[in-house]
Design a protein. Sequence first.
Length: 515
Amino acid sequence: MTNLVYILGDQLSLNISSLKDFNKKQDVVLMTEVAEEASYVKHHKKKLIFIFSAMRNFADLLSKNGFKVHYIKLDDSSKPESFIEQLTIFNKKLKPKKIIITEPSEYRVLKMFDDFKINKNIDLEIRCDDRFVATHHEFANYAKDKKKLLLENFYHLMRQKTGLLMENVAKKTASKAIFKPVGGKWNFDQENRQTMPANVVPPELPKISHNQNVMDVIAMVEKKFAKNFGSIEDFNYASTHLQAEKQFRDFIKNRLANFGIYQDAMRQDVDFGFHSVISMYINVGLLDPLKCCQEVEKSYHQGICDLASAEGFIRQIIGWREYIRGIYWFFMPKYAELNYFKHKNNLPEFYWDHQKTKMNCLSNVIKQTYDNAYSHHIQRLMITGNFALLAGIDPKQINEWYLAVYADAFEWVELPNTHGMAIYADGGIVASKPYCSSGNYINKMSNFCKNCYYDVKKTVGEKACPFNFLYWNFLIKNEPKLKSNPRLFYPYSNLQRKTKEEIKTIEKNAEEFLK
Ligand SMILES: Cc1cc2nc3c(=O)[nH]c(=O)nc-3n(C[C@H](O)[C@H](O)[C@H](O)COP(=O)(O)OP(=O)(O)OC[C@H]3O[C@@H](n4cnc5c(N)ncnc54)[C@H](O)[C@@H]3O)c2cc1C
Ligand code: SF4
């Protein structure tokens, strides 16, 4: 009797749990490009190209490896609308003994499958996704009874679990091993906050040559999603495991050594900097996150990079990435509904068209996003995220934007980063204070302000940088909720020094700007 294994678009790993006991003689894999997933937000064209290309290439890889695969394309005549519609059709057609899937990464999709199982009384087995370091159970254990879910404590657990950058410091004669972090401390973030001088030129990402699958998908996306946000030009992302591994090796060889120090830097003429640009590959299964960390650890021991870069990279993956996933599953579905500041302003049009703002930082980051379906962490957090927070944008609208525009965006990772880290809509579950800043920070970490219409040194009045008056306005408006936060002691002390007249002018500038 046949088992039907349904593989979703972010489960493109040969070692995915749903394939673990696959019987090549009788079992069948089903993969489908469905309209509902392609259009529930208006995904960036390059995101669609990336995911559909990677899916088609993975289906070919499975076939080459002897798996029997049914693959339904979005432009096939059967017009598949949703996962469940497809599953119903194939369930009728193949009459499998059992349907097997690996747990979908998003709450919404898991619910669809759960409902399907209950309503149709079908033998559907949902397996854990063991491509993550922490299980849901482990995160829940860590989180229970804690007032504050600090990343740092969770990260230490993940270092201990994986053994990454840990060394045995016990004497040779000791009967028991004692593991301590390499370098004597867990975190080297303080060494990672430099700006990128103009004479530093980050290497380009290697050019990728695409196969027919990718060319077909580009043509399909061009036709079917012509009105979606984003450029289709120069698509240069990997869509096979081999290509993604090559990109990662290039990062290790050419960018890792500078990853740490320039991690937070932003420059107008720089798109990818020294970042790895692998989140999209890890998220869909083209790269294995743990293996990437092991490679980076090896590079440190070989002297390719210093400890600050290696630790910084490893913390992003087994720390932040795992923590964010834990938060998502621990707090969903209520998490998505939180709106701590009760913000309800509409997302400005310029988020979809960079030419509609004179704010050079925003215009640049949105243009890079339009071109690449990528911007790096600090751009997402301190430019587009910071502005959305200060301007009081409705969390649902800004979340939808982030989910649509980045090639690596899946709700489990996008939502806690946006809702929690960038706009503090969760009231402090993820961040210990809102990541709000004035133009000062942007000026310190980038060269955007030099070419801006606005004056970063001015807080109010003509051409005053909007980040400045919006920042103070945000602190004034939310004083009852934020003043007692010890991490905001200095901003509120500074606010206290402002006269009533100054405060009035700030509020007036903000009100006029947000009209
Ligand atoms: C508002 C906002 C929205 C975000 N949305 C997403 C998203 O939809 N998908 C996504 O994968 N990441 C998201 N991030 C996290 C982070 O910005 C991206 O993972 C990173 O920019 C990807 O670029 P990179 O591969 O060059 O990462 P690098 O800077 O090279 O970091 C290495 C890897 O660490 C992991 N990582 C680093 N920070 C985080 C983090 N905070 N959460 C999860 N993983 C992390 C990623 O897998 C990344 O590839 C978001 C961050 C913010 C502030
Ligand atoms: S002056 Fe203000 S708006 Fe202009 S780039 Fe600098 S921070 Fe952005």
